[in-house]
Design a protein around this ligand. Structure first.
Ligand SMILES: NC(=O)c1ccc[n+]([C@@H]2O[C@H](COP(=O)([O-])OP(=O)(O)OC[C@H]3O[C@@H](n4cnc5c(N)ncnc54)[C@H](O)[C@@H]3O)[C@@H](O)[C@H]2O)c1
Length: 289
């Protein structure tokens, strides 16, 4: 296993919402980053999102460095073999167990044998993902929160076979990115999504059943319970497809109380995925925030 001091290059798999955020915070912490997606178009979109985010942080005087210097530490690629340079890989591709297991089998083949492989999965079993590799003891969950550059927390998820030293490494690496951590066993939804997903789904059901209009559901939960976003805005922010995928995994593992709300699945079928498509429970004009 490589020590924190041995890490120069961080590989990131997936250039979407989470992947580009992870690439950005790793680059901002001084690491070189190789960010891989399957299509050039997705890589470019991810790099554009990093540039926009860095520019916003620079305008708010929240970067200790020229944004261009941070951006230049991130190399985008569609070539899996480019991840061979990585000293640590963090996977943030789609929330699909088969896809993630394929990715981890590939990562096991292309990276050096002592490279830790982390997944940003929200709900899937770390143990199952790890078993697609020949190094289950070096596989761990590093569950970043959205938006990655803004949120202070990272959930460290410990698989059945994860080595204690890898757990210590994960906490130390997250701290090096300026994040605080907590630890969860590899149980469905971990701490955060096990509790968050039913909360969001209940908000959607309350809206669908006419308890209140969308604004009042969100205002009620914000003013009434002191959370920064209500369930409908938060669902739009996360991506309704991501919420449905996470809810379906929890439903399969934990039973009926985790069934995704009807209106949520209907909106996903319609292609209204939240902020990222410009429409979810609310409408979003112009640039994504
Ligand atoms: N969105 C959130 O709020 C959030 C929060 C925490 C964790 N997560 C988790 O992070 C992961 C990514 O979520 P996201 O919101 O960034 O999704 P996203 O849809 O924005 O991005 C996923 C990216 O992965 C790419 N991809 C698919 N297959 C790939 C492969 N084989 N190799 C490389 N790239 C591939 C897609 O092209 C896409 O660009 C998921 O596991 C999700 O559950 C999401």
């Amino acid at each position: 296993m490589r020590a924190l001091s041995d890490i120069d290059v961080v590989g990131v798999v997936g250039a979407g919402t989470m992947g580009n955020g992870i690439a950005q915070v790793a680059a901002a912490a001084g690491y070189d980053v190789v960010m891989r997606d399957i299509e050039e178009e997705y890589v470019e979109k991810g790099l554009d999102a990093v540039e926009e985010s860095l520019d916003r942080l620079a305008a708010a005087d929240r970067l200790g460095e020229d944004p261009a210097a941070i951006r230049d530490r991130i190399a985008g690629t569609t070539d899996l073999d480019d991840l061979a340079a990585a000293d640590l890989v963090i996977e943030a591709a789609v929330e699909d167990l088969d896809v993630k297991r394929d990715i981890f089998a590939d990562l096991d083949a292309v990276t050096d044998g002592d490279v830790i492989l982390a997944t940003n999965t929200s709900t899937l079993s770390i143990t199952s993902i790890a078993s697609a590799t020949g190094r289950a003891s070096d596989v761990i969950g590093l569950h970043f929160m959205n938006p990655v550059p803004v949120m202070d927390g990272v959930e460290v998820v410990v698989g059945e076979r994860t080595d204690d030293a890898v757990v210590d490494f994960a906490h130390a690496f997250a701290a090096d990115l300026g994040k605080e951590t907590w630890e969860s066993d590899d149980k469905p939804g971990f701490v955060t999504n096990r509790i968050l997903m039913p909360w969001i789904n209940e908000g959607v059901r309350a809206y669908d059943e006419g308890v209140a209009d969308r604004e009042d559901i969100d205002r009620g939960m914000k003013l009434g319970t002191n959370v920064p976003m209500g369930p409908l805005e938060l669902a739009d922010h996360i991506g309704l497809d991501v919420v449905v995928d996470a809810s379906e995994t929890l439903h399969a593992e934990l039973g009926d109380r985790y069934k995704p709300a009807y209106l949520l699945t209907r909106k996903v079928e319609a292609g209204d995925l939240g902020k990222k498509t410009g429409r979810g429970f609310y409408e979003y004009g112009g640039e994504e925030e």
